[in-house]
Design a protein around this ligand. Structure first.
Ligand code: KG4
Ligand code: ZN
Length: 338
């Protein structure tokens, strides 16, 4: 029973990350978060790929140093092939291919959205892991998906966003309120002190299990414009109530679709992932559903929720076991479904 060491690389958006896993346990998980995008209020693709280019070698070095293993022990290189920003993906993909060639070890391509879900199977987190089949909801600044997970590599998208991701809905709302980017955590912070029923925003009418958040953003913008015309201090005087009401609306949209998915599939195990999993509103709503509806919910450690290479590494380990390797002529794929 030989130990399998995987070096994993993630570069799909604005985080450059490298991790070393050994037999499904994380030895190191190093992420360089790009600060450059803050002043632009969103990720600038061209700047993201340049920053990956600068960060990738130091980040991989740090991951190897922290894991405290010799490069020669590495069994395979896993990397994010897609989906994501093409310029960003190209940096990680090219680097992974070259390193695998240099070390003469196999290469393993990973789908980023599968990785968000399979992050639940990284060992040493919670006492329990979800059992197949389960429902996964991936919520972040880049994604909003509800997925039926039948097996490790047998997944079906039940619903996804038709426009903005849920994290974007938080961030764009925050921007309207004059909060710095990314504003999601700040909306959450203010929401804790506010009344969620102070203001009402319309929920979008989207059929099936798909989502839409762009209408909500527009209605928040009009509401704020109207109120500040009457009272220039409206935002300042009501920030907690405004944030609580926005968060309440967004969480309701998510929970409505989850309830619908549970009803349609009969599955009550729900696994959450992505940066928005940190939100106190969604955590509270899931806890309530455990109590009132008999759901069983799972949230990975926060460092495995946001974009990270450890989740790429766990997929690498699972594929290694199956001997599922990737030809070295592989290319990055910006649009890449589960
Ligand atoms: O997974 P992530 O780090 O990066 C990707 O987008 O892939 O997610 C970041 C997103 C941002 O939109 C951020 O505002 C949101 O997650 N976020 C939150 C909270 N923490 C992070 N949104 C609401 N409440 C939070 N506590
Ligand atoms: Zn992601």
């Amino acid at each position: 029973n030989k130990s399998i060491y995987i070096l994993a690389i993630e570069s799909s958006c604005d985080d450059t990350s490298a991790a070393v896993l050994c037999n499904k346990k994380v030895l190191s998980n190093v992420t360089a978060t790009q600060k450059i995008h803050e002043e632009y209020g969103g990720v600038v693709p061209e700047l993201a790929s340049r920053a990956h280019q600068q960060n990738i070698v130091p980040v991989v070095h740090q991951a190897l140093n922290k894991a405290n293993i010799d490069k020669k022990l590495i069994s395979a290189i896993a990397f994010t092939r897609g989906p994501g920003l093409m310029g960003s993906l190209l940096v990680g993909t090219s680097f992974a291919k070259s390193l695998a060639l240099g070390l003469d070890i196999p290469l393993i391509e990973v789908n980023h959205m599968q990785a968000h879900i399979l992050a639940h199977f990284i060992e040493g987190q919670n006492d329990e892991m979800p059992e197949f089949p389960f429902l996964a909801m991936t919520i972040s600044g880049g994604h909003t998906q509800v997925v039926l997970v039948k097996d490790f590599f047998d997944m079906e998208i039940l619903g996804e966003t038709l426009d903005d991701a849920v994290g974007e809905a938080f961030d764009k709302s925050a921007k309207i309120l004059g909060l710095p980017y990314p504003g999601g955590p700040l909306v959450d912070k203010y929401a804790r002190e506010g009344n969620p029923k102070a203001f009402t925003f319309p929920k979008p009418k989207v059929v099936g299990l798909n989502f839409s958040f762009s209408g909500l953003k527009t209605s928040i913008l009009y509401f704020i414009q109207k109120e500040t015309a009457k009272n220039p201090n409206f935002i300042k005087e009501n920030i907690a109530d405004i944030c609580a009401s926005i968060q309440f609306t967004i969480i309701n949209i998510l929970m409505d679709k989850l309830k619908k998915a549970v009803k349609e599939t009969g599955i009550k195990q729900i696994a959450i992932g992505g940066g928005v999993s940190a939100n106190s509103g969604i955590r509270e709503a899931l806890k309530m559903a455990e109590k009132n509806k008999g759901w069983k919910t799972f949230i990975p450690k926060f460092e495995y929720c946001t974009d990270n290479a450890a989740m790429i590494g766990i997929v690498g380990q699972l594929k290694y076991e199956k001997g599922n390797f990737t030809n070295s002529s592989v290319s990055a794929k910006a649009r890449y479904t589960i």
